[in-house]
Design a protein around this ligand. Sequence first.
Ligand code: BGC
Ligand code: BGC
Length: 482
Amino acid sequence: MELKGSSYCSSFPDNFLFGTASSSYQFEGDILADGKGLSNWDNFTHSSGNILDGSNGDIAVDHYHLYLEDIDLMEKLSVNSFRFSISWARILPKGRFGNVNMAGIDHCSKCIDALLRKGIQPFVTLTHYDVPQELEERYGAWLSPKIRIDFQYYADICFKFLGNRVKYWVTFNEPNVVAIRGYRSGIYPPSRCSRSYGNCSKGNSEKEPLIAAHNMILCHAAAVNVYRTKYQKEQKGRIGIVMNSVWYEPFSNSSEDKLAAERAQSFYMNWFLDPIMFGKYPEEMHRLLGPLLPVFSKKDLECMSNSLDFIGINHYTSFYSKDCMYSYCESGAAGVIKSEGYALRTAIRNGALIGEPTEIDWLYVYPQGMEKIVTYIKDRYNNTPMFITENGVGTTSYIRNDVKRVEYMSSYLDSLATAIRKGADVRGYFAWALLDNFEWIYGFTIRFGLYHVDFHTLKRTPRLSAAWYKEFIETSKSIQTS
Ligand code: BGC
Ligand code: BGC
């Protein structure tokens, strides 16, 4: 088949990072190796009924042992960066209440060195959904302000031992997803929600997501502060946060629906980015949530505003957004509650889907959404440098000749190139994912890899998309240097 997309490559600036992404729980396995402690996800996957196929990340795709082989695959792909996360419980099995596990640090060190030997920049996340279970048990993890002391301590250790070789740090992967799924719907650990919101034995879906989010924002700011005051000058890296992003297309041209789409962004993404950039929650949140919204103290604010160097954007899909503040929406539908800004989220309008459906129920192909979300973030946050830290599509079936994935990536990269041509400061793109892996509550039933993984033998086999991505990157680099 013809490999589309190469004609747009010249839009990617010099030094653009092309990479693939991963996370420790989804990739590494060996959950007790070398003194690692248990995380909230180890705990969660081991209680029955939480994961669709009853599986867990005990072995995942064994990247813990196969990392050198995997780095060889990356070299073959011609990528110049790899996004991965550190398992907090591997470094601090009991948080600050126990020892630093030097074997865990050693392992990360070796991975970083192996990447650098191949000219691949490590792009490192401190937490990708996981926290040491110890902290959950001691004080409820993100629900307690105490977590800030732990997170700052953990971040400091990572900068201290690894920061001389890492130029890109991410504090959190998708804190919005952690807050919503952990504390509103309760489908992720710590499985907390109110009765009418899900199947949890405890929690408060209206209050707790806001508290958890507030503490995560403070943790982020604390880690950035440590980096800026103790390490950045010497280590010369940059630090940011990664948000899950959805593009919300107004359901109609009415000003009500346009405002609803704005509210949807504010209650999902700006919820975190506004405080981090401007020191306050979005206006719409204040108006609708009033006293439910936690308050930043004067002292908090001192270390908050502008507390990042780049914004990481995970972007997969788009939805329509329809007003429910002035018009009636059926209760129970996605987005219609106050905590989500009274903005109905739907993929269907007048009987037509927003984009081609995929085998993943929440993922529709809407490449324009890439340009739109990037432009939205550029405008709202003064063109702060951005990275697309995840983009990709999954399949439930066993496909090697993944033409649909190639079309998806090619069209989203094309749309990204348009945003860059129009002035967006985007500095990298990471495909999710290098390999098929453990897809959270879907276990091993969904495959996002450029490489197929046989989950029994763990053998990696390139899909068509791997060959396509390689060619895309090589063409792009040759245009840049010619
Ligand atoms: C996925 C996210 C996605 C979101 C869209 C979730 O299930 O994990 O990556 O962007 O749904 O609503
Ligand atoms: C998460 C990944 C996940 C991907 C696909 C993202 O939201 O960061 O961990 O595998 O979506 O659902």
